[in-house]
Ligand binder design. Structure first.
Ligand code: PEP
Ligand code: CO
Length: 472
């Protein structure tokens, strides 16, 4: 998403065609859709969304697909992250900038300490809808619809707030638009400057207990930067100012309304984000969500939990990447630390046998959630690290490539996940527990993770190179 591409008129999609034919998924079972109380109002909002300007352009989605193809080939690494659930209140310059800064700092650590170009994709500018395990929530004998994300209803436990309101879809569109505008401005406004990012990383290394473990890596980054400055070779082309937006494609009314025909190619693109993924709860093969993902040209992802069978993954590959196009499909494994080494190998082997060059990413968050005695949902930082390690071990063992991580994080010093450098204890979760849905890594935990992934990535590359050398 550079300034040049965003101004390219030739990639502006037309906004007609898709309105006239029925959506390819319209008569298939669609799980996790809100029970909108007023169908006529929903239709009015959807009609308005259909003519609203696209949030991203088809050409940008194609560019991301080519970046992800490099990841699929083992030449780059995917860093995808952001809130579990964005909120309308969270659309402030400070909050968006905090998340972006954290992701860019992580990207820089991975680029230099891990020595790999990083494709940066935010879970932002559209992450406003959540799948839930129960349709209702009961408190003190009162039962109300569950909170499904700001695009659907409000968090407050009142009748009025919990009623699904289709006007929220339009608010989600505007909030996404404002967030993307901030992201585009931050990225072109020079905030990704190498020295600034490294200064922030240095701060982390100097001032935090977790950071001190990475002094040697930080010194290597210092040397790399000094060397580049001495050669007059800044900015480094490995560290691009590209940043992409993604979210879970959950609300099909919303995603469908923003799906447009690209006038260059006649192909359908979901212009709500560069990349969208289908969640663990909505990935059934005969369901509407997979049919929707199959119908658009964006790069798409699918979450894979521990119950996924090898045959299901093969069917997903056939359905979503029939042309075997590197970068089209990202498989996001979220097995849990205890299961990843056991469940993932069979899936990876089956996909390898299809010949598809997918991106394999690890979401080390969603398989590691538990509830504390006091009723807070949390995750242990050590489990997060362990799942990432297991993910690399599995891919290394099968001669594959561990292509990326997908994490829930924030730029704030929240206390939502336990452990990490400052060793947040279960009874400290109350201090700053602010998430609208799942517990996120705070800034220090996120950087700690980035340094750790860099080490693992390096070790894994050394093994791959040695293997390739032995074969030659
Ligand atoms: C999420 O990413 O917030 C989520 C709900 O994940 P999953 O579909 O993997 O459970
Ligand atoms: Co989540």
């Amino acid at each position: 998403m550079t300034s040049q591409e965003t101004g390219t008129l030739s990639s502006t999609p037309r906004t007609t065609d898709s309105d006239e034919s029925p959506a390819p998924w319209h008569d298939l079972p669609a799980e996790q859709q809100p029970a909108w109380p007023d169908g006529a109002e929903l239709r009015r909002v959807v009609t308005a969304l259909r003519t609203a300007p696209p949030l991203v352009f088809a050409g940008e989605c194609d560019q991301l697909r080519s970046r992800l193809a490099a990841v699929a080939r083992g030449e780059a690494f995917l860093l995808q992250g952001g809130d579990c659930a964005e909120t309308f209140e969270g659309v402030s310059a400070d909050q968006v900038s905090g998340k972006l800064k954290t992701l860019l700092q992580m990207g820089m650590v991975l680029t230099y300490a891990g020595s790999v170009p990083v494709v940066k994709v935010g879970r932002l500018a559209g992450q406003y809808a959540k799948p839930r395990s129960s349709a209702t929530e009961t408190r003190e004998g009162v039962t109300l619809p569950v909170y499904r994300g700001d695009a659907v209803n409000g968090q407050a436990f009142t009748d009025e707030q919990r009623r699904p309101d289709p006007h929220r879809l339009m608010r989600a569109y505007h909030a996404s638009s404002a967030t993307l505008n901030l992201v585009r401005a931050f990225m072109t406004g020079g905030y990704g400057g190498l020295r600034q990012l490294h200064a922030w990383n240095r701060d982390f290394v100097r001032t935090s207990p977790a950071g001190r473990r990475y002094e040697a890596l930080a010194r290597e980054i210092d040397h790399a930067l000094s060397f580049m400055a001495a050669c007059g070779s800044e900015p480094d082309e490995r560290l691009t100012n590209e940043f992409y937006a993604s979210h879970e494609a959950l609300l099909l009314d919303y995603e469908g309304a923003l799906t447009r025909i690209d006038s260059r190619t006649g192909e359908r693109y979901d212009t709500s984000a560069h990349m969208v993924w289908i969640g663990e709860r909505t990935r059934r093969l005969d369901g509407a969500h997979i049919a929707f993902a199959a119908s658009v040209r964006n790069p798409v992802g699918v979450k894979l939990g521990p119950s996924t069978t090898p045959q299901e993954v093969v069917d997903l590959v056939e359905r979503l990447d029939p042309a075997r196009e590197p970068g089209r499909l990202t498989l996001i494994s979220r097995m849990g630390a205890a299961k990843v080494r056991d469940r993932l190998p069979a899936l990876v082997e089956k996909v390898q046998a299809t010949g598809a060059q997918v991106v394999w990413a690890c979401d080390p968050m969603h398989g590691n959630t538990f509830t504390t005695a006091s009723g807070r949902k949390t995750r242990r930082f050590d489990d997060v690290l362990d799942e990432v390690r297991g993910f690399f071990e599995v891919h290394d063992g099968l001669g594959g490539y561990a292509g990326g991580i997908h994490v829930e994080l924030t730029g704030e010093d929240v206390t939502e996940c336990v452990g990490g450098g400052h060793d947040i204890l279960p009874d400290q979760l109350e201090l700053r527990y602010e998430t609208a849905c799942d517990p996120r890594l705070n800034r220090g935990q996120a950087l700690d993770l980035a340094f750790m992934v860099s080490e693992v990535h390096r070790a894994s590359r050394t093994r791959r190179t040695a293997r390739a050398g032995a074969r030659a």
